[in-house]
Ligand binder design. Structure first.
Ligand SMILES: O=c1ccn([C@H]2C[C@H](O)[C@@H](COP(=O)(O)OP(=O)(O)OP(=O)(O)O)O2)c(=O)[nH]1
Length: 164
């Protein structure tokens, strides 16, 4: 069974009312990165290639922090800290307005016990403007059996020590 948006909101910080949807919580854009060096996935371990954080541009008087993205693949980081509660698994879906603008957000499984500000892969197939803080994705939580909880290298990622 999938949980309601208000339940999901109890496990996401900080959120405002606009982010709480009937079936989940919208996550907003914190940062956009462009990968510069190769990564590696081996039989044991993995390495994430070096990346560069992109700068925002002021595209209008009322839009001071906007990413203008041309076609390509970008790593995006969400602004909210997500905690996947015991007995659940998380999935992230793109906002449909991204798809309608020829962009796709690719995501993987969010494990029970994970806590952090996660990342996703944004595919841009047509130029798009994305404002920092704009809602780009929706987190849903489903009840799930699990064996142990997440204890990998991304635990606590992108979260300041005083937030953790
Ligand atoms: O689109 C996603 C999917 C998951 N995560 C977070 C939550 C998840 O619990 C964690 C680890 O994901 P996964 O287990 O897929 O990573 P891995 O590459 O297998 O690394 P590890 O060996 O640390 O598990 O990353 C994201 O940030 N973005």
């Amino acid at each position: 069974m999938f949980e309601s948006g208000p339940f999901v909101a109890e496990h996401v910080s900080e959120t405002d009312d606009e982010q709480v949807q009937p079936n989940g919580v919208d996550l907003t854009l914190e940062a956009v990165y462009e990968q510069r060096e190769p990564g590696r996935i081996g039989q044991d371990g993995k390495q994430i290639g070096d990346r560069q954080r992109l700068e925002t541009q002021q595209v209008a008087d009322d839009a001071p922090e906007t990413y203008y993205l041309t076609p390509g693949g970008y790593v995006v980081q969400y602004a909210e800290t997500v905690r996947i509660p015991d007995g659940h698994v998380g999935y992230i879906y793109p906002r449909s307005s991204l798809l309608r603008n020829s962009c796709m957000l690719n995501t993987a499984v969010w494990d029970a016990g994970y806590e952090g500000k996660g990342e996703g892969l944004l595919q841009v197939h047509h130029d798009i403007e994305l404002e920092r803080g704009a809602r780009i994705a929706q987190l849903v939580l489903a009840e799930a059996d699990h064996d142990g909880t997440y204890d990998g290298s991304y635990q606590g990622e992108n979260v300041a020590l005083d937030e953790f």
